[in-house]
Design a protein around this ligand. Sequence first.
Ligand SMILES: Cc1cc2nc3c(=O)[nH]c(=O)nc-3n(C[C@H](O)[C@H](O)[C@H](O)COP(=O)(O)OP(=O)(O)OC[C@H]3O[C@@H](n4cnc5c(N)ncnc54)[C@H](O)[C@@H]3O)c2cc1C
Length: 469
Amino acid sequence: MNPVSKLSGSVAKEMIDLLGAECFLTSLADREAYSWDNTGYRMLPDAVALANNQDQVCGVLRLCTEHHIPVTPRGAGTGNVGGSLPVQGGIVLSLQRLNRILEVSVPDRYVVVETGVVNADLQSKLKEYALFWPPDPSSSRACSIGGNIAMCSAGPGAVRWGVTRDWVLGLDAVLMDGSTLRTGGRTTKGVVGLDLTRLLTGSEGTLAVITRAVLKVASLPEQRYLSRVSFSSVEQATAAVVQLLSSPVLPSAIEFLDGTALDLLRRETSLDIPGEARAMLLLEVAGGAHGLKELANDMIEKIKRFNPLSCSPPVDGPEAVMVWEARSALAPILKKLAPKRINEDVVVPVSRLPSLMDGLQGISKESGIPIINFGHAGNGNIHVNLLVDPKDQPTMSRVPGVLDRLFRLVLDLDGSLSGEHGVGTQKRDYIAWELDANCLNLQREIKNIFDPLGLLNPGKVWPARTITA
Ligand SMILES: Cc1cc2nc3c(=O)[nH]c(=O)nc-3n(C[C@H](O)[C@H](O)[C@H](O)COP(=O)(O)OP(=O)(O)OC[C@H]3O[C@@H](n4cnc5c(N)ncnc54)[C@H](O)[C@@H]3O)c2cc1C
């Protein structure tokens, strides 16, 4: 049955009774406003439900199950893999109004939030207590905690603090039949039963809708210092990363930029970059103010054996902010170079970074497709950007082969197809390359237990299932 007809008449009335007319949106303009994410694709839902509390989430899911309507959870819509796009129509369920910070416990080191809270708003609140929540995606000013948990997001700080799953203690979630479950708790230790908190973290909105989270928090570093180290070759830079990770003091960020990324920054920003530099590392240390600058200087001294072209002295405050802003500007600047950017976020064990970069150079040269690389080298997580013009058919016809080669290379290096963006609609054709048959089958069975009708965020992660009316 066509979802449009399912939403007409009595179903729409039931939704309006539940949410109020102002929170059940069916006009074309409203549906358009919830039809996009950062993939650039648009998919129109049949209606948008704006939930104001967990009871309403339960009600929406119960009605969707009763009437066999697909439902797609949505945070802020900044995802990179189509996760919040309603590929089978139906209802987009926005969690943005669940935006209360409910409790901060300093001695217990946790915060309880509703999942529509924006990452940066949480950080501002925690700053009042000299605390922070370590997951730091570059989209933090827009993305929601629910999106961060659903995608297990991370940013430059992951090299020191890990990723979202390391900072979630417990969750409240709603199953597709409208019932609720509470996983984990408020303690940093706890071994009773299976770890469903971890199962839901990174489940991309396919198993349950997460409404509330208990998040572990950390002390806010008193001070941070950032240094820039440039090299005449990618090989020198990646060898330096491997060395840094082998030393006892862990930096709070090790970001890598390749030569083409540097050419762009030279052109588009005021960052001072030596003309011959073909790679750069941004190295940050964070911690107590006492002795931290000396630590930063020690780190640079150690790197000198890799013959860098230049090492900037460690900076903090506005100077450091300027460098981080230039780094964050890279992705938007790339859009000026080519009509389309295919952005992959592969990850390999750090010691394999030199082989990954070497392989990427070969793939780019042989295919004739420019590939620009930068990212979180401290985790071996590199954003691989293919620059193409969709009107250039001969080049476009080579893209699938290039992606195949890229993913084979990553898996041969014991890596993974995605470090932080997830699978969504964008990588599901490839997941069987990485997961063995037993893993894949088990995951399908788990999905089936949580969502037997296949109505929650269909068309994502695993190959599509037919919805039976
Ligand atoms: C400029 C930019 C920079 C970015 N940088 C990074 C980065 O550094 N690191 C990184 O990891 N990602 C990054 N991203 C990707 C994106 O911001 C993250 O994946 C983010 O966590 C998504 O949050 P969101 O609230 O926008 O979720 P959405 O995009 O709305 O949803 C993402 C997925 O989560 C599901 N979902 C959302 N909320 C819930 C919920 N409450 N319960 C169940 N499922 C839910 C959705 O169904 C969907 O599958 C970036 C994106 C942009 C646009």
